[in-house]
Design a protein around this ligand. Structure first.
Ligand code: HEM
Ligand SMILES: *[C@@H]1O[C@H](CO)[C@@H](O)[C@H](O)[C@H]1NC(C)=O
Length: 474
């Protein structure tokens, strides 16, 4: 095609935008939308796979400044970064920005999950989930989590010379979610659940073509099966509740027992099912990555390993052997959590995310048209030397005084009304796992190639195989 024709076709919509309603509007941000449909998606995905996405973003920022447009996953997108940009993304209410999920995610997880809800509905369901995920409630489950961790270590670590960390951590965090959130204990039912669930996840980032034998079709089928199993589970829990079972034994029971003014269930059955599926996805992939990267760091950095070990042994020595960890013990793991925070700063499991403009909005003197995507990223503030001096250095003591870190700069969990509600859960899980690991085992990396790629979560080469030595029996 003639290049001028192509150009004018691309420019036409912008021309209309500028002249609409007869009054001159502001310019859209600089940058190019690239090749139609593909845009810059391939470039970004390639950068993620070679672990150069941070550089890709930084180069873009250098070229176009703090706000630029591109096209990602088929949609015009504005990339913004920095403290003010993060604040804008995280605190704008639903009348300006709405959440933006791909069609596949919505069709698989369902349209009543938190990611799809806004306004009052979002608040109601989020409050219900938070009543279970808040520290006051979670502190009753430390023992149950530790029980899952110890069983996992006995089965998969004890007596082994070599283990591959990432897949094992995925299994562990999935099992914790199953027992704690759904009251699904070990057994045939949980095994069937895991299998359908894996199939469901595989299609989440696929192209939504619903024909026989596509990944997406298989994933939808698996999602239907998971939903059916959850519906049965809800039925059982409801009748247990009616027979007088305590309401706080797991997330499903807890959600069922929340009543509105008219004494009806406040959260609908679909909402319970869709959010349970969301939490299964959001809650196990992320924390398994965090724990894996802490294990990798502890193999690479002797000084930090010794400091963490000292803190954990002091706690262990203050207890009888086999005595369970308590909420107070977790409170003493201050240094260990700083190491986790620094890991989240340098290797955030979630790279960034999207919002969608609900109307034309003006930002920093530019127009962002209705329906465009806004792309926020963690790395641009996490690796900014003005906020975190010597950003490439791994230094847990940055978090010695967390209050000194300016707001909206450390954002591995997002911010504002949609900030990750699983923060405390992830913290407990991580600390409870690191404690027995570091007091019972030492490990060395097996892979010469100690790098990782993004898929889109960070994945260490070969899933991080390590060579193990048991220091003492569990
Ligand atoms: C290290 C672990 C984790 C990280 C880094 C993480 C990170 C995030 C991020 C970045 C968001 C999106 C915020 C936004 O778009 O503004 C989010 C949302 C969410 N996370 Fe997490 N998360 C983690 C663990 C968990 C766990 C353990 C759970 C559940 C038990 C969970 C449940 C959720 C849910 C339900 C949302 C959606 C919230 C909403 O839209 O209101 N996450 N998380
Ligand atoms: C899978 O594809 C077939 C054929 O197009 C369709 O009939 C079926 O409904 C699809 N399955 C799901 C779960 O959508």
């Amino acid at each position: 095609m003639n290049i001028f024709l192509l150009l004018s076709l691309l420019l036409l919509p912008i021309f209309f935008l500028l002249t609409r309603r007869g009054k001159p509007l502001k310019r859209v941000p600089p940058g190019s939308l690239g090749i139609p449909i593909l845009g810059q998606s391939l470039g970004l995905l390639r950068a993620m796979r070679t672990n150069t996405a941070e550089k890709w973003m930084a180069e873009r920022a250098k070229r176009y400044g703090p706000i630029s447009k591109m096209s990602l996953f088929g949609k015009p997108t504005v990339f913004i970064y920095g403290q003010a940009a993060n604040k804008f993304v995280f605190t704008s209410d639903g009348s300006k920005l709405s959440n933006q999920q791909t069609d596949s995610v919505r069709m698989i997880l369902g349209d009543r999950c938190l990611l799809e809800l806004s306004g009052e509905d979002h608040k109601r369901v989020r409050n219900a989930l938070s009543s279970f995920l808040k520290p006051d409630s979670l502190k009753n489950y430390v023992g149950k989590i530790e029980d899952e961790v110890m069983r996992h270590l006995e089965m998969h670590w004890q007596g082994k010379q070599k283990v591959t960390v990432l897949p094992l951590m995925k299994t562990l965090t999935f099992n914790i979610i199953c027992s704690l959130l759904f009251g699904l204990e070990r057994g045939a039912r949980r095994d069937a659940f895991v299998e359908y669930f894996q199939q469901m996840i595989e299609g989440m980032w696929s192209i939504p073509i619903n024909m026989p034998f596509t990944r997406f079709n298989r994933s939808l089928k698996a999602s239907a099966k998971v939903q059916k199993m959850l519906r049965d589970l809800i039925c059982e829990k409801r009748s247990e509740l009616e027979k007088g079972a305590p309401p706080h034994q797991d997330l499903i029971t807890c959600l069922l027992s929340i009543r509105g003014n008219d004494n009806n269930e406040l959260v609908s059955e679909d909402e319970i099912i869709h959010n349970v599926m969301l939490i299964m996805v959001a809650g196990h992939d992320t924390s398994s990555v965090l724990i894996t990267f802490i294990i990798r760091l502890l193999a690479n950095d002797k000084t930090i390993l010794e400091a963490v070990l000292k803190e954990q042994e002091e706690i262990r020595n203050s207890k009888l052997s086999r005595e369970l960890l308590t909420w107070e013990d977790l409170g003493k793991m201050k240094y260990t959590w700083r190491v986790a925070m620094e890991t989240l700063r340098t290797t955030p499991p979630i790279f960034g995310g999207f919002r969608k403009t609900v109307e034309d909005i003006e930002y920093e003197g530019y127009l962002i048209p209705k329906g465009w995507q806004i792309f926020w990223v963690t790395s641009m503030t996490h690796m900014d030397g003005d906020i975190f001096p010597e950003p490439s250095k791994f230094d847990p003591d940055r978090f010695g005084n967390a209050a000194a870190i300016p707001p909206y700069c450390f954002v591995p969990f997002g911010g504002g009304p949609r900030i990750c509600p699983g923060y405390e859960f992830a913290k407990i899980e991580t600390l409870v796992t690191i404690h027995p690991l570091i007091t019972h085992f030492t490990w060395k990396l097996c892979c010469k190639d100690d790098s990782f790629r993004r898929d889109p979560m960070p994945v260490p080469t070969q899933g991080l195989p390590v060579q193990l030595v048991s220091k003492k029996l569990l």
